[in-house]
Design a protein around this ligand. Structure first.
Ligand SMILES: NC(=O)c1ccc[n+]([C@@H]2O[C@H](COP(=O)([O-])OP(=O)(O)OC[C@H]3O[C@@H](n4cnc5c(N)ncnc54)[C@H](O)[C@@H]3O)[C@@H](O)[C@H]2O)c1
Ligand SMILES: [Zn+2]
Length: 344
């Protein structure tokens, strides 16, 4: 599949891991993390050189960034080199930012190995780093020259991270594609094998369609992807990014925001509970006691960069498979929805 950008286009190709490796150009520089290196490092082409970073969000830091750049220089990388981001979203964002800035930009190939990276971070061109004061505060739009998606790599992904990615998959279904949702509901458990390949491919198409309409995140179209994220981000902030994975916070956030939509008369009644059941079947949490601390959640939401000029904006469901951006939601409606979502 071809994704158009303002400067051309790039190809996204599903391939098994070994085929993806065979498609890499000779002499490329693979950036990966220690988990992926331990599990799959032996399958890399002999002509590639590898830079391994610690696993986890901590690697999206200026310190790790500098370390990678220095290592690339030691290994002889130059302006004509290709950087390959082999890993989850952390490696994708870090190696992507390295590629965007090393010698003012070198070729980037994304090889996402987590479900989050496959359906979300590897497509759309956003790359970046965190600062101690906040996540993704440094970054660039830097589309890759190619994305190779080895769906079979998910076989080694821990279950919690698989569920984490399913939160974004359900998000695409509920905001954009009821057919995808019903297909997911027909599976007995989290999809695997061919079923997963079909789901991943559909999600990439959906994200690509949205991103093509608003590549630089300026017209509001890309913001529809934030369903569940306004409440979700607030929960991540309030839990110090420790106890909840992003997808888990988003799952809880999606149910709360579906309740909000129901409250405002935008979302059909009962859809929030259908969503809750779907998320729970995928092993995701859908409640959190912190939702009941409505003042804290609201404060965190007001500070979020998405709450421009203090106005709370949400991407809310208008049906199963459609959504729209709603700005200026009243805080009392949000409070009621939060209380309802936490079961109080
Ligand atoms: N750029 C974007 O548009 C975008 C979108 C969504 C998320 N993100 C970023 O992505 C990051 C989260 O991504 P993530 O959830 O993939 O986290 P991650 O990269 O930390 O990967 C999750 C865990 O799975 C491990 N892992 C990855 N692939 C594996 C495999 N095949 N087998 C076994 N273990 C494997 C990793 O080592 C890690 O421990 C965040 O930093 C977030 O900000 C960016
Ligand atoms: Zn997300």
């Amino acid at each position: 599949m071809e994704i158009r950008t303002r400067n051309g286009s790039y190809e996204v190709r599903l391939a098994d891991f070994d085929r993806a490796m065979a498609a890499l150009p000779g002499g490329c520089f693979v950036v990966t993390d220690e988990n992926v290196a331990a599990l799959h490092g032996h399958r890399l082409p002999a002509s590639c050189q590898t830079v391994v970073v610690p696993a986890g969000e901590g690697s999206k830091s200026l310190g790790t960034y500098q370390g990678v750049v220095e290592r690339l220089l030691d290994l002889g990388a130059d302006r004509g080199s290709t950087v390959v981001a082999l890993g989850g979203g952390v490696v994708g964002d870090l190696a992507g930012f390295v590629a965007a800035t090393f010698m003012r930009g070198v070729r980037l190939i994304q090889v996402p190995t987590s479900l989050v990276a496959m359906v979300d971070s590897s497509v759309g061109g956003k790359v970046g780093l965190d600062l101690p004061t906040g996540k993704n505060l440094i970054g660039a739009f830097y589309p890759p020259s190619m994305v190779l998606v080895p769906v079979d790599a998910l076989e080694t992904l821990p279950r919690r991270h698989l569920a984490n990615g399913m939160a974004e998959v359900w998000k695409y279904a509920y905001i954009l594609d009821r057919e995808l949702g019903e297909r997911l509901e027909s599976f007995e458990a989290v999809p695997a094998g061919e079923e997963m390949a079909e789901v991943v491919s559909r999600c990439i198409c959906l994200k690509a369609e949205v991103v093509e309409q608003d590549e630089l995140d300026r017209h509001g179209r890309r913001a529809v992807l934030n369903f569940g994220h306004t409440v979700g981000h607030a929960l991540e902030v309030l839990t110090g990014y420790e106890s909840l994975l992003h997808g888990e916070a988003v799952a809880i956030g999606m149910v709360a925001e579906a309740k909000l939509g129901e409250r405002l008369g935008l979302t059909p009644a009962g859809l929030s509970e259908r969503l809750r059941a779907d998320l729970e079947r995928s092993g995701l949490p859908t409640r959190h006691e912190l939702l009941g601390r409505t003042e804290d959640v609201l404060r965190a939401m007001r500070r979020d960069k998405k709450a421009e000029a203090g106005v709370l904006a949400f991407s809310l469901l208008t049906d199963y498979g459609s959504c729209r951006l709603v700005a200026g939601v009243s805080e009392s409606d949000v409070e009621c929805a939060l209380m309802e979502a936490c079961g109080a």
